[in-house]
Design a protein around this ligand. Structure first.
Ligand code: ADP
Length: 481
């Protein structure tokens, strides 16, 4: 089976979030299952610099305002089609904006171009390559499915994965004339969205099937509270909507070999975590005692529920737990958490910033990780927590609800609990969960059982890749001969 994946990001070449981890891991996991995935990505500087021999397999004299070409290359074990279009992608800064973080004003052009090329390849533009199916990701490549639908590839099955419905690629109606789509596409069941053009909306409409990155999020986005204005459309498409949870890279996140840890460990040597814990105490200026350290490794934003945590930190300290917080984001939240650390010296420590190495040490040394997200399409940090014996305490939403088994009486006595869940997502419910955690931590037999059970959970890509293959097969069976 030949699958064309179209994405703005792919690990290890270009990454701003979990989307890159998925698009980077999936081709490798699928290869073992007889699926060949080639990936079309924009020729951002980081990507163009990663290969030398440049031989175009397709040329555009004019693509959204300039010359462009497609190069077939293999980088880091990934089969890629790189769209070289310097007028669109050869810029400093990030993939979506300048160094100051402001979005590029022509993002619609940049990602319409990517999608148009995806549609062309699906329609057989590259000689010797015809994908059986096209898999697009998020708004930046969602228009591929519209170009297929209104172009030559209407008979090629397609899948759209939504990694976060909050990002929709919504633009004014004025751009429509430059997209190269037929007039009929500017319709309620086409690319039109609240009077303008909606890239994600167009993909949701055109895709043969839609997935989100967890089953619970797939259900939640059918509700107005989570649907971000698209719940009506998503309900209409509900018979083609699936949820497949993400896996993690179990080589990079392996507590037995992780070079970031001072002390590697396994489920049989949990006591070795103590040395990592000491590093966390030192780095976050925490008092040394036997109370649990609950950590946060997160963007400090409203989505992540950091304001809910900030409002009850005094209550958290009163439970006896300590807090180690690593994150950056909203300046107001950073300030509130730093003020809490100043109020509770030795009990709360805050490091503002992004620190990959420290995040590993925290997972390998803290007792628990709290993730109070308001919505969470999948979430990765709870999966790392499971693998590292850092017990997740999570809001019962999205992928957090799907991956953690709450340590209620029945689950503890059956030996299946892997963490703590709370709902509704408010300060009271959060504090109650932390109190339950502090109680469980006080009894080592119970605590270690929860840690070991979490470490046994299968968080690899293997099962999820099987689910994608199953869905691809289902879509292929719907082709009209
Ligand atoms: P999202 O993609 O919504 O931010 P995820 O849980 O899916 O949330 O992924 C977040 C990723 O970013 C995880 O790999 C997490 O460890 C990492 N991360 C977030 N904040 C930090 C930070 N301040 N320092 C180091 N790693 C971080």
């Amino acid at each position: 089976m030949q699958v064309l994946s179209v994405t703005p990001e792919i690990f290890p070449l270009i990454k701003t979030g979990g989307l890159a981890d998925v698009t980077g891991a999936l081709p490798i996991a699928l290869a073992a299952k007889g699926v060949t995935m080639r990936t079309l990505i924009p020729g951002f500087p980081q990507v163009m610099d990663a290969f030398k021999k440049k031989k175009a397999v397709y040329q555009y004299p004019l693509l959204q305002g300039g010359k462009a070409s497609v190069h077939a290359v293999k980088i880091a074990g990934l089969d890629l089609f790189v769209l070289d279009a310097p007028h669109l992608y050869d810029r400093p800064g990030g993939p979506y904006g300048n160094a100051a973080g402001a979005d590029w004003p022509d993002n619609w052009r940049r990602f319409a171009a990517l999608s148009q090329v995806g549609g062309d390849i699906a329609g057989g533009a590259i000689s010797g390559y015809q994908p059986d199916l096209v898999h697009a990701h998020d708004w930046q490549s969602a228009m591929t499915l519209a170009y297929m639908r209104y172009g030559k590839a209407v008979g090629v099955p397609s899948l759209l994965t939504v990694h976060n419905l909050a990002f929709q690629g919504q633009f004014g109606a004025g751009i429509f004339g430059e997209l190269g789509l037929p007039a009929v596409a500017m319709a309620l069941d086409g690319v039109e969205y609240y009077g303008g053009v909606g890239f994600l909306k167009a993909g949701l409409q055109a895709a043969w099937a839609i997935t989100t990155v967890s089953p619970t999020y797939a259900q939640e986005i059918r509700l107005p509270e989570f649907g971000m204005g698209l719940d009506g459309l998503i309900n209409m498409r509900s018979s083609d909507l699936y949820g497949i949870v993400n896996g993690i890279d179990t080589d990079i996140w392996n507590p037995e070999t992780d070079k970031h840890l001072v002390s590697a460990f396994s489920a049989q040597t949990l006591k070795a975590r103590a040395r990592n814990r000491a590093v966390v105490e030192d780095r976050f200026n925490l008092e040394q005692d036997d109370s649990p350290i609950v950590c946060v490794i997160s963007r400090l934003t409203w989505q992540k529920g950091m304001d809910i945590l900030a409002a009850v930190v005094d209550g958290v300290v009163a439970t006896g737990a300590r807090l180690a917080i690593l994150g950056s984001g909203d300046a107001g939240l950073e300030g509130a958490l730093l003020a809490a650390a100043a109020r509770h010296r030795g009990r709360i420590g805050v490091v503002v910033g992004y620190d990959e190495g420290l995040s590993h040490v925290m997972q390998g040394g803290c007792d628990a990780i709290i993730i109070p997200s308001r919505f969470e399409p999948c979430g990765l940090t709870q999966l790392y927590g499971l693998r590292y014996g850092c017990v997740p305490v999570v809001a019962r939403t999205g992928g957090l609800a799907d991956t953690i088994i709450d340590a209620n009486e029945a689950a503890v006595s059956a030996g299946v609990a892997t963490g703590f869940q709370f709902a509704p997502n408010n300060g009271g419910a959060m504090l109650y969960a932390i109190r339950r955690l502090v109680d469980a931590h006080a009894s080592p037999a119970v605590w270690e059982q929860i840690q070991r059970q979490g470490m046994k959970a299968d968080v690899s890509w293997d099962k999820s890749a099987d689910k994608y293959v199953e869905l691809y097969r289902l879509l292929l069976s719907k082709r009209v001969a």
